[in-house]
Design a protein around this ligand. Structure first.
Ligand code: PBG
Length: 338
């Protein structure tokens, strides 16, 4: 940013009074620079094989939704005007194996849910996650051999996974695995299979973060992953330049939209990426961020409505075009109320 406008030629106090514009409510509304709209929200949803909805211990207020209730849940989001949902499956542990084979089962939970939503709720975007972690016995996003996550071998499976999700009705594929070359590989495979209009939202700058902890509890991959780390494919949170390289590669490989993840501690990354590439850019306010805010709300340390709207608006200010947030339903209701 160019801060040269602050120089000695700028009239200063008392002729300049910054508070003048802030005095009246109408004036504050007039000078407001960023505003959160319902159109900016994407709701992540956990789905379960179980017949009943179950609460997630580490994410108070978020539930795993059974397939029988999924249409109703998605309909609520749609009625509120939320443009898209992102689906994540809790896979039965008996279906997990070394290769994540269940990811390629066309009748798996994610495909059944996607298909059902596609047929029963229209005019809402369905985003599905491409990565193997809900399906592997080791909890990694790719194939594991001799302690190494295999890049190119993983790509082959991820491509097939993307195609079966598109077949099931996914409108947008969101690869979250951080393998190299996955966007171009998936784009090619989708095109070859007749899905040239299926969009790709790349988890382009995804950091190895402790803030994913509650998510792993929600989809049941924490036991599988245990103490192993994802640092050989997800980025080091100390890095920023590296995220620009990641994003530029994904754009050149054909990503339609890009995502930065986690959200709140990474606003500088969002700002840099949006300013550099001017792409449709999304922030993921991840599970740990949700849980932190909810814990403070439940302890009455923070006021609920304000603690929901402020961080989401700050994502917009930083340059995000939208946010994936477990607060999406609450936020949409608050925005509607005005
Ligand atoms: C898996 C995936 C993760 C999240 C989205 N997709 C977890 C991980 O990489 O371990 C995290 C989302 C959240 O924490 O809300 N590929």
């Amino acid at each position: 940013m160019n801060d040269n406008y602050i120089n000695s030629a700028t009239p200063s106090y008392p002729s300049t009074r910054m508070r003048r514009n802030r005095l009246a409510d109408w004036s504050r509304r007039l000078i407001e620079e960023s505003r959160l709209s319902v159109n900016d929200l994407i709701l992540p949803i956990f789905i379960t094989e179980d017949t009943k909805k179950s609460s997630i211990e580490s994410m108070p207020g978020v539930y795993r939704i059974p397939i029988t209730q999924i249409a109703e849940h998605v309909n609520e989001a749609k009625e509120l005007g939320i443009p898209a949902i992102a689906l994540f499956p809790e896979t039965n542990s008996l279906l997990k194996d070394e290769l994540g084979s269940e990811a390629l089962n066309e009748e798996n939970l994610i495909c059944r849910a996607t298909n059902l939503i596609k047929n029963q709720v229209n005019n809402i975007g369905i985003i599905t996650d491409v990565a193997l972690d809900p399906y592997t016995s080791h909890g990694h996003d790719g194939l594991l051999r001799d302690n190494e996550i295999l890049n190119d071998e993983s790509l082959e499976i991820l491509c097939k996974q993307a195609v079966i999700q598109a077949k099931a009705g996914a409108d947008m594929i969101a690869p979250s695995d951080m393998m190299d070359g996955r966007i171009s590989a998936i784009r090619k495979e989708l095109d070859k299979s007749g899905f040239k209009n299926t969009q790709i939202m790349s988890y382009a700058a995804k950091f190895a973060s402790c803030f994913y902890g509650p998510f792993r509890n929600a989809i049941g991959s924490e036991i599988n992953l245990s103490k192993k780390s994802k640092k050989s494919y997800q980025m080091d949170y100390a890095n920023s330049d590296e995220s620009l390289r990641e994003v530029s590669l994904d754009i050149s490989e054909g990503a339609d939209m890009i995502m930065i993840k986690p959200g709140m501690p990474y606003l500088d990354i969002i700002y840099r990426i949006k300013s550099t590439f001017k792409m449709p850019t999304y922030a993921y306010q991840v599970s740990g961020e949700y849980s932190m805010i909810m814990a403070a709300i439940n302890n009455k340390y923070l006021e609920k409505n304000k603690a929901i709207i402020e961080p989401l608006t700050c994502f917009k200010r930083a340059g995000a075009d939208g946010v994936l947030s477990y607060f999406a339903l609450d936020a949409a209701k608050l925005i509607k109320k005005g």
